[in-house]
Design a protein around this ligand. Sequence first.
Ligand code: AKG
Ligand code: FE2
Length: 300
Amino acid sequence: MFIDIPNELEASLIDCSLSPWELDGSFLAQSTMAEYRTELTATPQFEETTAALRHALNGVGGGYAVLRLGNLAKALGTRHDRFLRLVMGFAAEVAVPFSPFPRWPLWKDIGVKVDKDPGKSSGIGYNAFHMDLVNATLPPDFTTLLCVRRDPLGGGPSILSDAHAAVARLSEDSRALLAESAYHYGTFFDLFGVGEEYKPFPILDGAEPGEGFVRFTAKMLERSQLGQAHADAARELAEELVRGQVCFMLQSGDYLIVNQRRFLHGRQALHGGQETVPVADRRLLLQLFLRARVGDGSVA
Ligand SMILES: O=C(O)CCC(=O)C(=O)O
Ligand SMILES: [Fe+2]
């Protein structure tokens, strides 16, 4: 699931200068996607690389990919506009970039805050298996994380798990409980492009096995009031996700893309002693969400 950029493509992307992107509401403008596509498909092996990327995300058994853009990041600078436009160009080959947060830019910083709830986004602790925007009726089809800087103390590997495979290992009784509208998590306000608040929601929807969202966050086990039987079934799912997990460290310039209809994600704890690291040196990711295009086969 790690996709390297061929040397030839790398060399020509370093010279490729894309113009600033434009928005249409909270979505990347069609005109920008068309322009980026024209420029990028002219580079050698771009189309083969993005085909491999889509296959890793949407093909049988797939669901996540890490595009290794470290050399490009080194050549252009991880936060440089030119680099971020190239990453946007790759993202737009998967689905349509958008921001669910109306007043925020497309890329959202996920830094490290020592005072925050350690189990939540930008906290320093174990970030348990979840899908992003779990309590929306239409969560983003893909969540993406661009690693600008890894934890200088060496912690915080990413964890990924095949949600449908984990569900398939549960008993029928547990699956029946997970299919009931008995779960809730978090707050919901001022969001765009992700439907309505979903409360309460079922973890498993009526879709065929292997299809639809496994609408789950292990964070609700500690942060939401759930009935005993429903909580037990959710805890079993959380355990199966851990049993099936893969774990790896994102490096600077790695671009992780997760198909939220297939895989759930999280992160191991950062290394102890974050308060001794200056804020500007701490781990930093940039997050971007994608909405699948209608009829492209990635929506079950
Ligand atoms: O810090 C990470 O690697 C993951 C963060 C995450 O999943 C989130 O903020 O939603
Ligand atoms: Fe997340």
